[in-house]
Structure formats: structure tokens, C-alpha cells
Ligand binder design. Structure first.
Ligand code: FAD
Length: 413
């Protein structure tokens, strides 16, 4: 049976970003807010992370994920949560299609906020050949098993990658009484900050640089991996493989919708207030910039929610203005915001954050209609956020239908 739900704001995803938006809307006095979450509880990724990597920015002290979630949830007690409810589609005019315990329903909201998060790239898109024994998973799945279900899926796995989350996998294994036999990194240095090497040394886990897994072997459970590295091919005996990092936004909803996406990353384009090409839909959190820390996503949710609260209080519509996408070099993995909203004759100043695909040192340049409006020398590493602060877009006249919108590009070098 198809039924309708009406609300002021529908939030999709109850991770830190979605909760942040709910807190701000509650504070702004928007009472009819519903959060749709496919899991049985709120919290998103931090719910499964029991080491103290949350809270520093928001509460000025480190805490485990579940405690962080408990504290931020306490700030939005009047918000309605619909659990075990998946959003299957988004349509123009504030329409969502959902499937929950009571079947299929249609939601009609004055504004929608998407906060669906990010996940790690699993084995399949990484094109690693070999058999399909048990014991191959991402850090996210490992954390769900260890912290959520008290299970230890293996005792001596290898970890592929060396981002912060790869070291988080080491810590998770330690909590489960297991130990990684190797970390495998395809570049000549780790992706996380260098001091993290001390942690792997402490755990007794060597890091193999300039190396790639080319094969996974084993009948029922993983028995070995083959590495291609500086000394040629070699075999490492292990009982599991953890594919860590290499985050991708959960964009299944946005890619199949009417929203504008970035031509390179396929991530949804948003302006500086996190509003998409549809003025009634915002997109926030790691769904737009895979993957930043939980505290940042919560703070961004607060900002985006406050903007929506303000917009709903106005009659003129705060999001008016042309939606101008920012194109970029293919060496840039993602830009946030990837677009700006600008009225004719108005200049706009904003901070743009970006992640690169591979290490880059040199100038980052922003061009408006071919003219340099910002340049900065930067050392960029993949998976690290670079922020271009106070980029000032010059005013341009484009009120007439025949006058083109400004062309904005971000280039490396
Ligand atoms: C494995 C892993 C480990 C991480 N470790 C850390 C760490 O230690 N510290 C840290 O600060 N950050 C960590 N991060 C980054 C983490 O993504 C952020 O901390 C934070 O969780 C991002 O918040 P979010 O709200 O954007 O997304 P999420 O926390 O991912 O929340 C998204 C929510 O949306 C729901 N959802 C998705 N699609 C739908 C749909 N169609 N319908 C309904 N609900 C939906 C999901 O179930 C989820 O609850 C980690 C990320 C991963 C993947």
C-alpha cells in the first residue's frame, strides 16, 4: 500500500551529519523534522568505533564513537526518527520514496537533507584477482563484527592501505585479540600522517611499501596473498584481507536522481550552504566529501540545518541565485563545495576544500572566465583535506538569458 508522510524537513541518514542537521533545525524551532535511517539505531559509522577518535572538535575531549553519538543525540530530543526505513528514491518538489516496516510510502517535505555517508571501496572495484574464500572485508565490516557482534573473523589478516582508517583497523584487531601480519601500501610512504608508523611498529606489523596485492588464495578461508613489490612477487601467509580506506560517497540516491553531479567524481554538487542544484535538497557529510572526521560532519550538519531553518522561515526563498558548478582537474578527487550560488552583480567569497588522487606539490589555481582569482602553493597527499580559504568570485552580469554564466575551474600546477 502506498501512503503519504508530510513533514517540514526529511533527513536521510542518522550519522553525525544527519544528527547535526536535526539539532540545528530543532534549535531553529522547526518542529516537524523526520530522520529516516535504514539501520535499527542512530549513529552511523561512529556507532561501531570504540576507540577515542571522536569529540575533540565538538566537546574538546576525545571519546569513543558510541559516547559521541549519545551526547549529540541528547541535543535533539524532539526529533522523530524512523528506523529500519530505507530511502529508495528522490524526486523534485521534496518527494522521497521510502520502504520501512509498514511497507512503501511517499514522503513530501518542504526540504530534504541527504546525509548518507561514505564507505570503503570493497575488493571488487579494486580489481584484485584470485579465489573468493571467507575472510575478505572492509574495515567498516570488521568493526561491525568486532564491536557490534563480538566476533573475531580472523587472527592474522593483512591490511590493504595506510590511511588513518587502516590504523583504526589495527586498533580494532587488537581489541579482538588478533594481529595483522602486514600492511600493504602501493605508494612509497603511508597515506596517514607519518607518526602513525609508530603504532604499526608497536603492534609488530610491518608495512610493505610500493607493493600491491595481485592474488588472494585459499579454499574456504583466506590462506595467503601474493604481493608484487620492489623485490618482485612474494607470498604472505595470512587468514584474512582487510581492504581499508579509498572512500567513496554513498551516492546511489543522488546518482539516479535529477540532482547535478560532478563530472569527474560523480559526487553531488552543492553550494557553500550545502544546497544542491535543487533548492529544496541539501547534501551534507561524507556523502559529499568522502571521508572527513565525524566531528567535522556533525559541525557541517549544524551549519546546513541552520541554513535550512532560516530558509523555511523566509517567504522569498534564501537559495535563489544561479547554480554554477566548479569544474576541476582530473587529478582532484573531489571539491566541496563543488558549486556556488550567485546572483547577477554579486561577488561571493568562500572556502573550498579538496582531496587529490595522488601526491601533488605545487600551485593550486582558481580561474573565473580564464582569469586567476586565487593561487596558493600546497603540498597535497591523498586522503588529506586541503582548504583554499576565502576564494573571492568576482561579480558578473548574467541576468539576461543570453549572457552566459561565469566559467569556474580549479587547476593543479
Ligand atoms: C570504516 C570507517 C571508519 C571510520 N573511522 C573514523 C574514526 O575513527 N573517526 C572519525 O572521526 N571518522 C571516522 N570515519 C569517518 C566517518 O565516516 C565519519 O566519522 C562520520 O561517520 C561521517 O558522518 P556522516 O553522517 O556523513 O555518515 P555516516 O556516519 O556514514 O552515516 C550515514 C547514515 O546514513 C544511513 N543511510 C545511508 N543510506 C541510506 C538510505 N538510502 N536510507 C536510509 N538511511 C541511509 C546509514 O545507515 C548511516 O547510518 C570512518 C569511516 C569509515 C567508513
Amino acid at each position: 500500500m502506498t501512503d503519504n508522510i508530510y513533514c517540514d524537513v526529511a533527513i536521510v541518514g542518522a550519522g553525525p551529519a544527519g544528527i547535526g542537521a536535526a539539532v540545528a533545525l530543532d534549535k531553529a524551532g522547526i518542529k516537524d523534522v523526520v530522520v529516516f535511517e535504514r539501520e535499527p539505531r542512530a549513529g552511523g559509522i561512529p556507532r561501531h568505533i570504540h576507540h577515542p577518535t571522536f569529540g575533540l572538535l565538538v566537546f574538546k575531549r576525545p571519546m569513543a564513537g558510541p559516547r559521541f553519538i549519545e551526547k549529540i543525540l541528547a541535543r535533539c530530543q524532539d526529533v522523530r526518527f524512523e528506523f529500519e526505513t530505507s530511502v529508495m528514491g528522490i524526486k523534485p518538489d521534496g518527494v522521497l520514496e521510502i520502504v520501512g516496516p509498514e511497507g512503501i510510502k511517499t514522503v513530501r517535505a518542504r526540504h530534504i537533507i541527504l546525509a548518507t555517508g561514505a564507505r570503503e571501496k570493497p575488493r571488487h572495484p579494486r580489481l584484485v584477482s584470485g579465489l573468493r574464500p571467507q575472510g575478505i572485508m572492509t574495515t567498516g565490516t570488521l568493526q561491525k563484527l568486532v564491536y557490534g557482534e563480538n566476533l573475531t573473523p580472523f587472527e592474522r589478516p593483512v591490511i590493504v592501505g595506510s590511511e588513518l582508517v587502516s590504523f583504526s583497523a589495527l586498533a580494532t584487531l587488537r581489541s579482538a585479540g588478533a594481529k595483522a601480519v602486514a600492511m600493504i601500501e602501493q605508494n612509497p610512504r603511508i597515506t596517514a600522517y607519518r607518526p602513525a608508523i609508530g603504532f604499526s611498529a608497536l603492534m609488530g606489523t610491518p608495512i610493505h611499501y610500493n607493493s600491491k596485492i595481485v592474488d588472494i588464495g585459499g579454499k574456504d578461508q583466506v590462506e595467503f596473498v601474493s604481493l608484487d613489490g620492489p623485490k618482485g612477487k612474494r607470498r604472505i601467509d595470512c587468514d584474512g584481507v582487510i581492504f581499508s580506506g579509498d572512500f567513496v560517497g554513498e551516492t546511489a540516491l543522488t546518482r539516479t536522481s535529477h540532482l547535478a553531479n560532478d563530472g569527474v567524481s560523480q559526487l553531488p554538487l552543492v553550494d557553500a550552504n550545502w544546497v544542491s542544484s535543487d533548492e529544496n535538497i541539501s547534501v551534507i557529510g561524507n556523502c559529499v566529501h568522502p571521508a572527513d572526521m565525524g566531528d567535522q560532519c556533525y559541525l557541517e550538519g549544524l551549519e546546513a540545518g541552520a541554513h535550512v531553518g532560516e530558509k523555511l522561515g523566509e517567504t522569498s526563498g534564501a537559495n535563489k541565485g544561479a547554480f554554477i558548478s566548479i569544474s576541476h582537474d582530473t587529478r582532484i578527487k573531489m571539491l566541496a563545495p563543488g558549486a556556488l550560488r550567485m546572483k547577477s552583480g554579486q561577488s561571493v567569497r568562500l572556502d573550498i576544500s579538496l582531496h587529490v588522487l595522488s601526491p601533488f606539490t605545487g600551485r593550486i589555481v582558481v580561474l573565473q572566465d580564464g582569469e586567476v582569482i586565487y593561487k596558493e602553493y600546497q603540498r597535497c597527499q591523498p586522503a588529506r583535506r586541503i582548504v583554499l580559504r576565502g576564494v573571492k568570485f568576482q561579480q558578473a552580469g548574467f541576468e539576461q538569458e543570453s549572457s552566459p554564466l561565469p566559467v569556474i575551474e580549479v587547476k593543479l600546477g
